[in-house]
Design a protein around this ligand. Structure first.
Ligand SMILES: Nc1ncnc2c1ncn2[C@@H]1O[C@H](COP(=O)(O)OP(=O)(O)OP(=O)(O)O)[C@@H](O)[C@H]1O
Ligand SMILES: [Mg+2]
Length: 141
């Protein structure tokens, strides 16, 4: 497991950007962290690193936003409104969480319990106004 300290939103975005540049198809990046932990900032960086020009916004009722036009498609999911894995399946999101045709980044991944094929688990904590602790670990190939 790797643990980093981010002292500014731009540092969190830069981390996401480096991940986006090297991401392989089928990667699922699962984000855990309270409201305001910086999950969406990381997603902004991911999109940038994949070469996606569209502005990233939080998925609301759609549950998943798809961004095309980059090196790989980016699927941005937010499971906040879903309470159980059964609801995630009912919403049709399971294929994105197993092996997406591109990169899937998932806010509130703890709502889901099954293991993606290729998975990076990320935990983000607010230490102060501007300081975030970001830990991550890769599973699968
Ligand atoms: N080091 C940092 N890294 C990331 N964000 C930071 C940092 N310092 C301050 N912030 C601020 O914290 C907020 C993080 O918001 P963001 O929408 O990314 O959180 P989130 O985890 O996606 O929350 P939500 O669960 O509501 O979607 C932003 O306003 C950002 O500017
Ligand atoms: Mg968010």
């Amino acid at each position: 497991m790797v643990t980093l300290i981010s002292n500014h939103p731009d540092e969190t975005i830069a981390l996401g950007e480096s991940w986006g540049r090297e991401a392989q198809p089928g990667l699922v990046i699962g984000l855990t962290g309270e409201l305001g932990a910086g999950k969406t900032q990381l997603v902004k960086g991911l999109a940038r690193g994949l070469g996606i020009a569209t502005r990233v916004t939080s998925p609301s009722f759609a549950l998943v936003n798809e961004y095309r036009g980059g090196r790989l498609p980016l699927f941005h999911l937010d499971l906040y409104r879903l309470d159980t894995p059964e609801q995630v399946i009912g919403a049709g999101l399971e294929p994105y969480l197993f092996s997406p045709p591109g990169v899937a980044v998932v806010e509130w991944i703890e709502r889901w319990t099954a293991q993606p094929v290729r998975f990076r688990r990320v935990v983000m904590d607010s230490l102060s106004d501007m300081v975030r602790r970001i830990s991550y670990e890769d599973f699968g190939d």
